[in-house]
Design a protein around this ligand. Structure first.
Ligand code: NDP
Length: 422
């Protein structure tokens, strides 16, 4: 059983209340480790440490900060294989995907901001008619920043928050999702190896409504960078706004892929399968509502279903598998419940619609067959709520106006794709 601790002051520290959460490997459905169930006390310790470290880090020469962040990027590259395997074990995603996308993007985050900080500039404006008067902007670090990230792209989104905060001279208290904490723990070790001063980055796993909320509510945390679900974002906005904290929220989506008859058909088909089912559909930008011009609807439907049926689902360690496990038993159940709801709402399942139990090592893992559904109204819950799994719906449209109305007809506004030559 692997036990990880909080990373505070550059050290591995057990949680104050000695409570732990189980860490499950979704591809095999078994517990493989324990992680701290951190509470307000641990957050207090981490914030005090980060606050004490702030003046020295904020006044550290930009070149030195840039060199350290660049070294962190190099070490992530060097440990790409171990990080990808750890990420797949926590998350269920194919190791190949983590190796090719998630981990390289995490090192890019550090490398990008290590370079960007050396090009930092302000701006100034002369007042017309009174050239002796000038307004100017300068950039200054805020202090302690809270970074809270989700489970779907664990290290990539975690570093997307931490790297810019550190580059610009802030110190950080960060909470990964408790479902996928291991690469965050490994990042702490990498930061020590890269020479990041201890205390500048503190990593505190735990439950969202306990550790996460304690970060958001702490008066010494000056800004929150959050990626996750829209409901959680709304809770965080409600807590942060009365304290006038700076807030960055990247939330959920119900993204339409709008496909017109004049599109480059083969390219569209290949990409649409990928953009709907990559990472088991657990990417905020995945297209989950596919809108197709009626003249090509039937052709698209049969070609798309055939392509989806050719996707292999199974052990994420096997490179030939396109889809791995979904992230947890609870999430698998949520996806299956949505599929049942779609049928109640009058949807026809064209393929998928069930759990999968691969043979061998992954027999007890949490797998869901890629699922395509048609026949649903745009206003039904299946087409309005984010499922965040390998489930897409198909809807035909007759005109550009109708396509736009369907595409815009949800409360979400994250991403959309248009396929046309015009
Ligand atoms: P959640 O909103 O459930 O959780 C995100 C993070 O917030 C987790 O670390 C969670 O901890 C924490 N959290 C939960 N409640 C609170 C609280 N009250 N106060 C502070 N922190 C809290 O999202 P998921 O992890 O389920 O991630 C999936 C969601 O993320 C999807 O909706 C997806 O669209 C969105 N997403 C958006 C992206 C974007 O860039 N727009 C990118 C990637 C994902 P814990 O895990 O312990 O509950």
């Amino acid at each position: 059983m692997e036990i990880i601790h909080n990373f505070i002051n550059g050290q591995s520290i057990p949680p104050a209340n000695d409570q732990y959460l189980e860490n499950v490997e979704p591809a095999i459905g078994e517990i493989y480790g324990k992680i701290p169930r951190s509470t307000e006390q641990d957050i207090q310790l981490a914030v005090e440490a980060a606050k004490a470290a702030f003046p020295a880090w904020a006044s550290t020469d930009i070149g030195v900060r840039a060199d350290i962040l660049s070294k962190i990027a190099d070490l992530i590259d060097q440990k790409r294989s171990q990080l990808a395997q750890a990420e797949s074990r926590d998350n269920g995603k194919p190791v190949k995907l983590a190796t090719l996308v998630d981990i390289p993007r995490a090192s890019s985050n550090f490398r990008f901001f290590s370079r960007a900080i050396t090009q930092w500039s302000g701006s100034s404006y002369f007042m017309r008619g009174q050239e002796s008067l000038q307004s100017f902007t300068i950039h200054q670090p805020l202090g302690v920043v809270g970074c809270i990230s989700p489970w779907n792209l664990p290290l990539y989104l975690f570093t997307w928050k931490i790297a810019p905060a550190l580059a610009t001279g802030n110190t950080v208290v960060a909470k990964p999702s408790e479902i996928t904490p291991y690469t965050a723990y490994m990042l702490g070790e990498i930061c020590n190896e890269a020479g990041l001063p201890p205390v500048v980055l503190n990593i505190v796993p735990g439950l969202g409504h306990e550790a996460g909320q304690a970060i958001v509510e702490h008066p010494e945390v000056k800004a929150i960078s959050f990626t996750g679900g829209t409901k959680t974002g709304s809770i965080i906005a409600g807590l942060a706004a009365p304290k006038f904290k700076k807030l960055s929220l990247e939330l959920g989506g119900k993204n339409p892929n709008v496909i017109f008859a004049d599109c480059d058909y083969d390219k569209m088909l290949k990409t649409t399968v990928l953009s709907s089912f990559a990472n088991q559909g657990q990417i905020c930008l995945c297209g989950s509502r596919i809108l197709i011009e009626r003249s090509i609807y039937n052709k698209f439907k049969s070609d798309f279903v055939a392509k989806v049926n050719s996707r292999k689902v199974g052990d994420p360690k096997i490179d030939e598998n396109h889809l791995g496990a979904v992230v947890s038993a609870a999430h698998q159940q949520k996806i299956l419940d949505y599929i049942a709801l779609a049928e109640e709402e009058g949807g026809r399942i064209l393929t998928g619609g069930h759990a999968i139990h691969p043979k061998g090592r992954c027999a007890k893992g949490y797998f869901v067959a890629p699922t395509v559904i048609e026949g649903l109204d745009n206003n039904c819950r299946t087409n309005q709520e984010e499922i965040f799994g390998p489930v897409v719906t198909l809807q035909p449209f007759d005109s550009e106006e109708e396509a736009l109305a369907l595409a815009n007809g949800t409360a979400y506004g994250l991403a959309s794709t248009s396929w046309t030559q015009d």
